[in-house]
Design a protein around this ligand. Structure first.
Ligand code: CA
Length: 365
């Protein structure tokens, strides 16, 4: 037997008399029912805790007010994870709508654009089903350098010895003048991560991303102390409160909130301001369709130069080069790089026009 269909039914009914509790009140009862049907014709029913119709009728320009209402409403059953991804998507859509209403890019709503383009680094080097990674990953990285990228990020976390051999081969292939970062996708424990960082300390590595699992900040602190490569992370962290812990414990040198997960554009600007105050670098995690990429670019436009100087160290864009059939298909004009540099769309809102036909081609629900 296999699952054939999953449907949701959001129900709502007004109450004869509203009732309240310490932080809120309600005039309706609502529920989200889940219906799962199998190919043998059996239907199962489930219920998700606590939906609410919190947006219809609201002023869409009150983005921070709506953000806090959503977060306050859902706090009791989700301060991280998918709840925050949902709030992020709503916030990004509202910032797009608000920018279009006022005729300005979202970066203006975030305080103004510091820059109109950004350097990008290439993300790729995923493992394939066959072949020798020492061959095909080295070739892939050389391709990015040939396209003009000034920095690339290498996927590791397959075992310290294997990773060290690959890192050495890649550095040798690209020479000393291309930025090289490592991403272990939390595939190590602290001892392995420290051993790896020490073993490649002579290879001028830009950062060591997600060396250990995100829920173990003590291990992050150990890795920072135990090896010399700057430690990056935070694509699995959420909101100003989640990053407050990272900042206060100085668990990372570079934080990488995902704009589509950590709370949206308005929340990530707050996290970025906190990072600047704590003296911790900010390099957004970017992984999604052209809409998430456009949102990330609006945030990157608004990030301050820290510290200010004549030749500032500007923030860098993660430019995912792995296969994504609808990354650009959802946009009327694709966002591309030119010799490793990406122009920030300056039209209203996210600055991009959505291709509804492109969206329809890939819609499954
Ligand atoms: Ca990553």
């Amino acid at each position: 037997m296999k699952i054939k269909d999953v449907r949701t039914h959001v129900l709502e009914a007004p109450l004869s008399e509203p009732f309240g509790w310490s932080f809120s009140s309600t005039s309706v009862r609502a529920s989200c029912l889940v219906e799962v049907t199998s190919d043998s014709g059996i239907t199962g029913w489930g219920e998700c805790y606590g939906p609410a119709r919190m947006l219809i009728g609201r002023d869409p320009t009150a983005t921070d007010v709506i953000w806090m209402d959503l977060y306050n409403h859902f706090r009791d059953y989700g301060q991280k994870g998918v709840v925050l991804s949902a709030i992020s998507g709503i916030d990004i859509a509202l910032m797009d709508l608000k920018g279009r209403h006022f005729g300005v890019p979202a970066s203006t709503l975030l305080g103004g654009a510091v820059r109109t383009s950004v350097d990008a680094y290439a993300t790729g080097t995923y493992r394939r089903g066959s072949g020798d990674p020492l061959d095909y990953i080295v070739e892939e990285v050389k391709g990015y350098v040939g396209e003009g990228f000034g920095a690339v990020k290498l996927k590791i976390g397959f075992g310290v010895a294997e990773d060290v051999a690959l890192i050495r081969a890649v550095r040798k292939a690209i020479g000393p003048n291309i930025g090289l970062m490592l991403d272990a996708n939390h595939g190590f424990d602290a001892l392995e991560a420290i051993a790896l960082g020490r073993a490649v300390a002579d290879l001028d590595i830009g950062w060591f991303e997600e060396p250990v699992v995100p829920d173990d900040l003590d291990s992050y602190v150990e890795v920072r102390r135990g090896q010399p490569i700057p430690v990056a992370g935070g694509e699995c962290e959420f909101t100003r409160w989640g990053f407050r812990e990272v900042f206060m414990r100085r668990a990372m040198d570079i934080v990488q909130p995902d704009t589509c997960a950590a709370g949206g554009l308005s929340e990530c600007k707050k996290i970025a301001d906190m990072a600047a105050a704590f003296g911790i670098r900010y390099a957004p995690h970017v992984w999604g369709s052209g809409i998430g990429l456009a949102a990330s670019l609006q945030l990157l436009a608004s990030l301050p130069d820290v510290p200010p100087r004549h030749t500032p160290r500007a923030p860098i864009l993660e430019f995912d080069r792995s296969e994504h059939p609808f990354r650009q298909a959802v946009l009327k004009t694709p966002i591309e790089h030119e010799s490793g540099r990406v122009a920030i769309p300056m039209g209203p809102g996210l600055g991009v026009e959505i291709d509804r036909e492109g969206i329809a081609r890939y819609r499954v629900a």
